[in-house]
Design a protein around this ligand. Structure first.
Ligand code: NDP
Length: 240
């Protein structure tokens, strides 16, 4: 197969699992990250998958990063927008920095990365874009107006871009994970997490592999009729 796939935030948590599963299926994967050089080195040593540092919120850095991926590996046919952060606070205490950091990293990033690959995908008449949203973008969450807005924004972004890409062989879909056992969720206080797990009909947190399996399904060459969809992967916690 050998299509080139870029996974943002691809060295840890959900992104790590996506990078590993795509590699196992024969995709040439580049895993992006932003800060954690040590984790990136360990990831590459452990998996043999290339890692590449750039900040997805920085348009110029994204363009340079994607240009270097394309020079080294070939055109990016598959883009998984997975990088994300939280900066939780209730609105009345939320600083402009908390708002902007989350919007820039979780939503503007998608404009940056998609913008850097879309012309090539249109020319080649093939592309698969998967944007990782969240249950909290669908249902809202106390203390997360920034995160919920960014994650809901990804759903609208994906539907609009799906319309633009449909006649060119480009699909754009969103996955909305529920609570998944990664560093992001381990930062939630144990007593709060216990209450959250009690609301999950499946009775457990998701695993990164639960999400990666949905990514694999959506990026298949044969998944060409699935576009503009949002797939919830949440153990039954939110259905609508
Ligand atoms: P982690 O915190 O475990 O990993 C996040 C990854 O994103 C890291 O590799 C990190 O890089 C990278 N990253 C963060 N900021 C940037 C940036 N500015 N530029 C490039 N890379 C960046 O997160 P999860 O695996 O838990 O989450 C992955 C995605 O899934 C996120 O979008 C998250 O919002 C979403 N999600 C997660 C859920 C969960 O329960 N875990 C639930 C619903 C959605 P570095 O290693 O350098 O820090």
């Amino acid at each position: 197969m050998g299509r080139v796939a870029l996974v943002t935030g691809g060295i840890r948590g959900i992104g790590e699992s996506v990078s590993i599963k795509l590699t196992a299926k024969g995709y040439k994967v580049v895993a992006n990250y932003c800060n954690n050089d040590q984790a990136a080195q360990q990831f590459t040593a452990r998996t043999g998958i290339s890692s590449l540092k750039f900040d997805v919120a920085d348009k110029a850095a994204v363009e340079a990063g994607i240009a270097s991926v394309e020079a080294d590996f070939g055109p990016v046919d598959i883009l998984i927008n997975n990088a994300g952060i939280t900066r939780d606070s209730t609105l009345h205490k939320m600083s402009p920095e908390q708002w902007s950091a989350v919007i820039d990293t979780n939503l503007t990033s998608c404009y940056n990365t998609c913008g850097a690959v879309i012309d090539g995908m249109r020319e080649r008449r093939f592309g698969r874009i998967v944007n990782i949203s969240s249950i909290n973008g669908q249902a809202g969450q106390y203390g997360q107006v920034n995160y919920a807005a960014a994650k809901a924004g990804l759903i609208g972004f994906s539907k609009a871009l799906a319309l633009e890409g449909a006649s060119r062989g480009i699909t754009v879909n969103t996955i909305a994970p529920g609570y998944v056992d990664t560093d992001m969720v381990r930062a939630v206080p144990a007593n709060v997490l216990e209450k959250i797990i009690a609301t999950i009909p499946a009775g457990r947190l998701g695993t990164p592999d639960d999400i990666a399996r949905a990514v694999l399904f959506l990026i298949d060459d044969e998944a060409s009729f699935i576009t503009g969809s949002t797939i919830s992967v949440n153990g039954g916690q939110h259905m609508y």
